[in-house]
Write a protein that binds this ligand. Structure first.
Ligand code: FAD
Length: 306
């Protein structure tokens, strides 16, 4: 059932009805959210959560770099944290960042303050909220290696502080993320030389540029890499390559020629094209190679608009 503004509490932040989510995701596909909510601050978010009927579904997004919004859009409220949640402070060996801060900006602030260990964030084009929910990582580092604690709000508006252990991190997964809206996080690194840290970040940046289709409409790694014991040590892209699916096309959705664990919207793809393409890869890898691939991209919303 569609959520209506009349069911929602008065807030200091902003509501947008029938909000186009395709413009807010990297894939540039998908239907609208009934309501998009951008809270003014943590108190506003808590007030919204406490006073929104439990029957209204609530979801969160960052910058949509790992998100496939289906063509029918999202029923209920999509929360998107904006500029009040983008603050970054780096001093000593600690970096604290709002959940809407862009990972690369956090890496940059850490480097400038001479804090080593957060360089990997340079390779992840999402927000800190997305990094917490996905245990994002790149080039040997991941969120769980540097997180001290995260602050989040439950669906009923309760503020909680999660220690690293309480996050329940595993590969590209966080047990605590279900239904929690993270608003900020504190990370710890070690003292380092700003120039050396910056050089390592430049290296990460160049490697990404050379291997990933980062200027395309994509959603990042489609499948998490399988357990090496089950895949004979092969990564997802290698399995997709082995079944001959590099460049495979459904409608305007395509398996990237550059990196076959990345899907691309060539311009007019629908979410259904992308989902059909990805499911065809999952099926063929299972049938031909006996390996089950797990979606890393998060799918949200309804296939068709009601
Ligand atoms: C070109 C490209 C390269 C990429 N390379 C990498 C890589 O090397 N390593 C890697 O790990 N990822 C990579 N990704 C995937 C993606 O950038 C990460 O998963 C990132 O952490 C997602 O952040 P986001 O802000 O875009 O989240 P979204 O895609 O908007 O959302 C992803 C998930 O996080 C949840 N979420 C977002 N914000 C919050 C919040 N505040 N509170 C609770 N839940 C939240 C959403 O509900 C959703 O389930 C890549 C993506 C692209 C497009």
């Amino acid at each position: 059932m569609k959520a209506a503004l009349s069911e929602l509490p008065a807030v200091r932040g902003k509501y947008v009805e029938n909000a186009d989510l395709s413009a807010l995701t990297w894939f540039r596909v998908g239907g609208p959210a009934d309501v998009l909510f951008m809270p003014a601050d943590e108190d506003d978010l808590a007030h919204f959560l406490k006073n929104t009927p439990a029957t209204v579904p609530v979801m969160t997004m960052g910058v949509g770099s790992n998100l496939l919004v289906r063509d029918g859009g999202v029923r209920g409220v999509m929360i998107r944290l904006g500029s009040p949640f983008r603050k970054i402070d780096a001093s000593g060996t600690t970096v604290s960042a709002g959940a809407a801060a862009i990972d690369a900006q956090v890496a940059k602030a850490a480097a400038e303050a001479g804090i080593a260990g957060l360089e990997f964030f340079r390779g992840v084009p999402g927000t800190i909220g997305g990094a917490l929910a996905m245990n994002a990582g790149a080039y040997g580092g991941e969120t769980k290696d540097v997180l001290v604690e995260a602050v989040g709000f439950t669906r009923n508006g309760e503020r909680r502080v999660f220690s690293n252990e309480e996050m329940g991190f595993s590969y590209r997964h966080c047990d605590s993320a279900d239904g929690v809206i993270f608003t900020r996080a504190t990370f710890a690194g070690t003292r380092g030389d700003p120039e050396e840290i910056t050089a390592r970040m430049r290296d990460i940046s160049e490697k990404r540029e050379a291997t990933q289709p980062i200027r395309e409409r994509t959603g990042g790694s489609t499948f998490a890499n399988p357990d090496p014991a089950l895949s004979g040590g092969r990564k997802s892209w290698q399995l997709i390559d082995e079944i001959g699916a590099r460049g495979r096309v459904v409608g305007d959705a395509q398996v990237s020629e550059r990196h076959c664990n990345f899907m691309i919207n060539r311009g007019k793809a629908t979410a259904a094209d992308l989902e059909t393409l990805i499911e065809s890869l999952r099926k063929d890898v299972l049938t031909k190679l006996g390996v089950e691939l797990r979606w890393e991209i998060r799918r949200v919303g309804e296939p068709v608009r009601d």
